[in-house]
Design a protein around this ligand. Structure first.
Ligand code: PEP
Length: 255
């Protein structure tokens, strides 16, 4: 019953893939396949492809997101992009705290929290990534890790601003590895996150809150994952680079 209160969000995370020309081609292929989607459809693309993606999706049901943003509006932060720069060109979503940023670029729970707040202040919709490593799962501390990441990231987020946040539960061991969490494993953590949101805010906010699963979701396994009570969509890496596969996931979320 609660699931019906929430519209699923399927977001592609293109990571460091595609040139602007290839972006136009891929979006051109995705567009007709998802035009009747009964879920929100987002493509998160590398910075240099944002403008192309925005032009190519004009007048369609596809929204555009970035894969990261800094917490400052401007300043001496060589190589970074501010949330305001993103909104100035029409970007609507931003992924924050992806495990690859945490693993390879020194992202911490504190910097994730700063980025989340800055993105919300600028008017972006945040896709906040949380998830445990294989070692943490094996040590049986998945819930502690996910709880800590979520609490720190949302520490200064008001109930009103929470409406512009989605959490993507992404077990690190399932990202880009072809190893998907079982539907039961994924739903168990998503349901834990929803309870945490209820504790931090309230039941109404928790019931309305979109929680995606991400980690090797593909055209074959999407329906089973998306059927789960607490899985409200997906953050899709590899499969988002193939228009027919991405479209099948969108179709599964539209049922
Ligand atoms: C991701 O990058 O967020 C992701 C889930 O990747 P993949 O689908 O390739 O595992």
């Amino acid at each position: 019953m609660n699931k019906k209160l929430r519209k699923a969000v399927i977001a592609g995370n293109w990571k460091m893939n595609k040139t602007p020309v290839e972006t136009a081609e891929l979006i051109g292929n995705i567009k007709p396949l998802v035009k009747n989607a009964d879920c929100d459809v987002v493509v998160c693309v590398p910075y240099v492809n944002l403008q192309t993606a925005i032009q190519c999706t004009e007048g369609t049901n596809i929204k555009v997101g970035a894969e990261n943003c800094h917490w400052a509006e401007s300043g001496a932060f060589t190589g970074e992009i501010s949330p305001q720069m993103l909104t100035s060109i029409g970007v609507e979503y931003v992924i924050i705290g992806h495990s690859e940023r945490r693993q390879y670029f020194g992202e911490t729970d504190e910097t994730v929290s700063m980025r989340v707040n800055a993105a919300l202040k600028a008017g972006l919709q945040v896709i906040l990534c949380v998830g445990e490593s294989l070692e943490q799962r094996e040590k049986n501390i998945t819930f502690e890790i996910v709880s800590m990441q979520t609490k720190i990231a949302l520490q200064n987020v008001s109930e009103e601003d929470l409406k512009n946040v989605i959490i993507a539960y992404e077990p690190v061991w399932a990202i880009g590895t072809g190893k998907t969490a079982t539907a039961k494993q994924a739903n168990e953590v998503n349901s834990f996150i929803r309870e945490l949101i209820a504790d931090l805010y309230n039941t109404k906010a928790a019931n309305a809150f979109v929680i995606q699963y991400g980690g090797s979701m593909n055209a074959e396994n999407a329906a089973e994952l998306l059927d789960q009570e607490d899985i409200d969509g997906g953050l899709i890496g590899g499969a988002s680079l193939k228009a027919p596969d991405f479209a099948k996931i969108v179709e599964a979320a539209s049922r």
